[in-house]
Design a protein around this ligand. Structure first.
Ligand SMILES: [Zn+2]
Length: 685
């Protein structure tokens, strides 16, 4: 034993020194070499930091995010720059503040083609870059695809079972696309950006998670998606080498300050987001950092990790020193919401977070909050901290002093409907309202909340409630023509044309040249067989310069229908032709042919013409022309294709339950085929 001891000692020393050398070299390599695994940026929409167990929440269910936090560094105080999905992601991916990217609202703004995203900067360094997003708000046309070799923003086609499909894609579907992309690139030198739309409202995952609030259920669902991606990375030996950054674009009101969702307020609930960074090798796991950080810090951080040269003029700070024991320069954090300004003409809201304090300004008013106080105990300290308020106001003014104007592109009516469904109500690009005419801040929040609620009520086909809700809103803000238009179109859908025509009247008094109001009024007049009025409203559209081709086509269609009612076949055909010249995807010619054939007893020809018109609707994905299915059913019954007729009428009633003509036709069909029970059931609706 004693004799062998020296050998043992030598052996131990050699092994140890070898270890130390290897360890030191590894440390050195780690400090100087770029990460060699994938960089994965996961953005979970509308995720509030304080709704995650990793941030102390006791009611959520997020095992995947908990595990990531255990393997990573958790930033206790990370903030968003805008409580809106598109502007926030524009800031997140470019490392620039909203007034630098120029993307100030969800609608009407796109990232300019000159902007560089972190994807573009990494692609220049030889990275494969893949972006997979799940929201209509981030579709390719927003400009966010810049720098991504692969960008997938596909949304599933809507159907009866999933009417919201065109708003967002299920996170699990997006994650599958991410896996396919990672499978396909054949390199681990990759940057993956995966955006998950859950828990963005409307919340739909509740059925899958019992015992959780609708919001928490959505968060639990998003967590499952994160879990799938982590499982994939582990199964492909990529997890340990991967750098994973998990973040949100903004928070969610959940009633704080009166706001349920997000967009309007820059409160702590709207801006405080989670940020978790898992480094390669799980280094630095279970650490928590309390330094306030912001979304624009992520681009410099990712560039530092990849050892890519920084882009010029970035204000953000690389957070990498905080991964160790280093520090970063302090910086106030800027946030804004131009929602009230851009959509209603009211004052914008801005926020500056500096250390423990947050300044929130709106017009001339300023509020100061101590973020170290418990949320429930926070009060406005502006009066007692006047000096701090004026210093912070000056910083804010200096920051936004050079901001560009709010010039935005026009938003199509279809897109506007989509934005509204996602909570973006009001008229994009509203003119500023003088201070004296603006409702107070509290009234604004309540009003916007009820406007959003009315849109959701209408979307869930509760038409009567929606009419009531819009009625109340028009009483409160009688000067907003878009509210009158909502009331009008909702009432028209319910076949309440008197209400509709009165509301269109108000809308047109406020905005005489509004083509959509003229068209809506024309359609309602036609429905109640006031042909002269219908004719004059439709003709008005053709006299308005701003009417687009689709609107002109609609106006000609109304004129064709008026001509049909007046038994003027020639004029009807001429107007139908004019309609199709303006919009080839509007099958008015076939519809008019069918109507004429039906009137003259040429039933087989009528069926053929109507089927052609229906085929166009099927091909373009647009709803069939008004009552096309009802007339086609009539023709089908005449040629004894009753089952086909029934199918059409049922489809019409499922889309427009209030269509009295369709209901009457289906009842007649049931009675004629001896199905009195079905007829009775239909009458009870
Ligand atoms: Zn969002």
């Amino acid at each position: 034993m004693a004799r062998s001891a020296p050998h043992t000692v030598i052996l131990v020393i050699v092994t140890l020194s070898g270890c130390l050398a290897a360890f030191g070299g590894w440390r050195f390599a780690k400090a100087s070499a770029p990460v060699n695994g994938p960089i994965v940026l996961i953005s979970i929409d509308s995720l509030r930091a304080d709704r995650l167990p990793a941030y102390g929440y006791t009611q959520g269910r997020t095992p995947a995010i908990d595990a990531l936090a255990a393997d990573g560094i958790l930033f206790e105080r990370a903030y968003a720059h805008v409580p809106q999905t598109l502007p926030a992601h524009a800031a997140l991916l470019t490392g620039r503040l909203p007034f630098e990217t120029g993307v100030r609202d969800a609608a009407g703004f796109t990232l300019p083609s000159s902007a560089r995203t972190v994807a573009g900067l990494l692609r220049d360094r030889g990275y494969a870059t893949g972006g997979i997003v799940s929201s209509f708000l981030l579709r390719k046309e927003t400009g966010l695809a810049e720098g991504f070799s692969f960008f997938d923003a596909e949304l599933p086609a809507p159907d009866a079972a999933a009417p919201d499909a065109w708003l967002m894609r299920d996170g699990a579907e997006s994650e599958k696309v991410a896996e396919h992309w990672l499978d396909s690139i054949g390199t681990s030198r990759a940057f993956l950006f995966l955006q998950i739309a859950e828990p963005h409202a409307p919340y739909m995952a509740q059925d899958r998670f019992t015992g959780l609030s609708p919001y928490d259920a959505e968060v639990a669902y998003a967590d499952e998606v994160v879990g799938r991606l982590v499982r994939y990375l582990k199964a492909h030996q990529l997890y340990d080498r991967a750098t994973i950054l998990l973040v949100s674009d903004h928070g969610e009101g959940l009633g704080d300050g009166g706001e349920q969702t997000h967009g309007l307020l820059t409160s702590d609930s709207a801006l405080h987001i989670p940020l978790i960074v898992k480094q390669p090798g799980g280094d630095g796991g279970k650490r928590r950092v309390s330094v306030p950080v912001q979304q624009i810090d992520l681009v410099p951080t990712i560039l530092a990790l990849a050892k890519a040269p920084g882009a010029g003029g970035l204000r953000g700070r690389s957070l990498t020193p905080l991964f160790g024991t280093g520090s970063i320069p302090a910086s106030p954090i800027y946030s804004e919401s131009l929602y009230a300004r851009y959509r209603f003409g009211w004052d914008a809201e801005r926020s500056l977070i500096d250390g423990r304090f947050q300044l929130v300004t709106r017009g001339a008013s300023a509020q100061l909050f101590d973020l170290e106080a418990a949320p429930a105990a926070r009060t406005n300290l502006a009066a007692e901290q006047a000096g701090l308020v004026s210093t912070m106001k000056a910083t804010l003014a200096e920051l936004v002093g050079r901001e560009a104007s709010l010039a935005a592109a026009p938003v199509t009516p279809t897109d506007r409907e989509r934005y509204e469904a996602l909570g973006y109500v009001g008229v994009p690009g509203s003119a500023p309202v003088p201070d004296a005419e603006q409702p107070d801040a509290e009234t604004q929040v309540t009003f916007v909340e009820r406007y959003r609620a009315a849109v959701q009520v209408a979307r869930s086909d509760r038409w009567r409630d929606a009419i009531d809700a819009y009625r109340v809103l028009t009483t409160e803000q009688p000067g907003m023509s878009d509210l009158w238009m909502h009331l009008a179109s909702t009432a028209a859908r319910q076949e309440r044309h008197e209400v509709a025509l009165d509301a269109y009247g108000h809308a047109l008094a406020l905005e005489p040249g509004n083509t959509a109001s003229h068209l809506g009024a024309a359609a309602s007049y036609l429905r109640v067989r006031k042909l002269d009025e219908a004719h004059s409203e439709a003709s008005a559209v053709l006299d308005i310069d701003t009417a687009d081709a689709v609107q002109k086509a609609e106006a000609h269609e109304v004129l064709a229908r008026v001509a049909l009612s007046r038994k003027d076949a020639e004029l009807a055909q001429a107007e139908a032709a004019a309609s199709e010249t303006a919009d080839a995807n509007r099958p008015v010619k076939a519809f008019v042919e069918g109507r004429l054939a039906l009137d003259q007893g040429r039933d087989a020809e009528a069926v053929e013409a109507f089927e052609r018109a229906l085929a166009t609707a099927g091909r373009t994905g647009r709803p069939p022309l008004t009552d096309l299915r009802v007339y086609a059913a009539e023709a089908l019954v005449r040629v004894e294709r009753t089952p086909d007729a029934e199918q059409l009428l049922r489809a019409e009633l499922s889309a427009f339950p209030a269509n009295v003509r369709a209901r009457a036709a289906l009842q007649t069909l049931y009675r004629a085929s001896g199905r009195s029970q079905d007829a009775a059931a239909l009458a009870q609706h």
